[in-house]
Design a protein around this ligand. Structure first.
Ligand code: CKP
Ligand code: MG
Length: 318
């Protein structure tokens, strides 16, 4: 039985091999599996947990590639629907010396964007404790009832929601609706994990403590807010406690590509929670996997198995 369920859009990613070359000029790309929620599914599975992933791809070469890539990573594809009418979403990423690439999507009207409420019917939630969703899902879905039904279903089954806002202005028609839809969804979550910039945009506050306070004030469901501070680490706030706890990050000397670091953080945090670790320990693991993620060009290829994670901790001590 699955311990975690995620739902979102998988993308075929073409990452440029040519450093310092714009997407317009680049000619050589490597193909990867990407997409925030599938990244989390890949990472948590690699740490030996059972994850169910729910989504849709087109009946096209990239949909076939994604299905195979997911199966190769030992994730069940029973809830990955093949849609004959709409295509698989695509993403392109440049390569830069700083590790902060330009991204570009061809995903509007994709198979995942056309997921209907029916996709949720066959999902078994019995015994499940956590569901991970991100702010990308409400941005892409043509039918917003899918989110309502998902949240209802999770609530009825007593499944806690873990939520990463993942602000992507490119998939929204305007910033106002992005903020309002994502804020509404955050209110349903027991665990919210914005990056500091995302927290500022969503709440209008500046300091981590003030941002966390806003999330707590707007919903009695939210119990833990973790604010990601990039390489310096993350701050954890528990409802009812005055002060946040700073958990330091890990030093990385060779940053290749930062995309996928936030999902890597979610992998560490959620797997730690599933294993019953204290929250600071889970956040430390989030920081570690976020750091490991930035050393690889793909979005989820740097996520570790338990042995790699142990090695990383050992090396960080030296
Ligand atoms: O916040 P992150 O950099 O961890 O998110 C990365 C993912 O789903 C990436 O794999 C990409 O496909 C996306 O976010 C997206 O839709 O931008
Ligand atoms: Mg993110």
């Amino acid at each position: 039985m699955a311990e975690l369920i995620t739902i979102g859009e998988p993308l075929v990613l073409f990452a440029s091999n040519e450093e310092g070359v714009s997407l317009e000029q680049a000619t050589s790309f490597t193909k990867y599996l990407a997409g925030a929620e599938v990244n989390v599914a890949v990472g948590v599975t690699r740490l030996n947990h059972k994850v169910d992933y729910v989504s849709a791809v087109g009946n096209d070469p990239f949909g076939k590639f994604i299905k195979q890539a997911i199966e190769d990573r030992n994730i069940d594809t029973a809830h990955l629907y093949i849609d004959n009418n709409y295509p698989t979403g695509c993403m392109f990423k440049s390569k830069t010396s700083t590790g902060d690439p330009t991204t570009f999507y061809l995903r509007r009207g994709s198979a995942a964007a056309h997921m209907s409420e029916d996709i949720l019917d066959s999902i078994e939630l019995k015994g499940l404790k956590w569901a991970h969703i991100t702010g990308i899902l409400p941005g892409i879905l043509e039918n917003s009832k899918v989110i309502n039904k998902l949240v209802d279903k999770l609530k009825k089954a007593n499944v806690s929601i873990s939520f990463d806002p993942n602000l992507r202005p490119a998939i929204w028609s305007n910033e106002e609706s992005m903020i309002s839809k994502i804020t509404d969804l955050a209110k349903e979550a027991r665990l919210v994990m914005p990056g500091i910039k995302e927290g500022k945009i969503l709440t209008g506050e500046k300091e981590p403590g003030e941002i966390a306070e806003k999330f707590f004030d707007q919903s009695s469901i939210t119990e833990i807010v973790v604010i990601k501070l990039g390489p310096s680490g993350a701050m954890v706030f528990n409802r009812g406690q005055d002060k946040g706890i700073m958990v330091s990050g890990f030093k990385v000397n060779n940053v290749v590509d930062t995309v996928g670091a936030g999902d890597g953080f979610a992998v560490g945090l959620l797997s730690g929670i599933l294993e019953g670790k204290p929250i600071e320990e889970a956040v430390k693991r989030g920081n570690a996997i976020g750091a490991m993620a930035v050393m690889s060009p793909g979005d989820n290829d740097g996520y570790p198995d338990p042995i790699m994670l142990e090695h990383f901790y050992e090396e960080a001590k030296e």
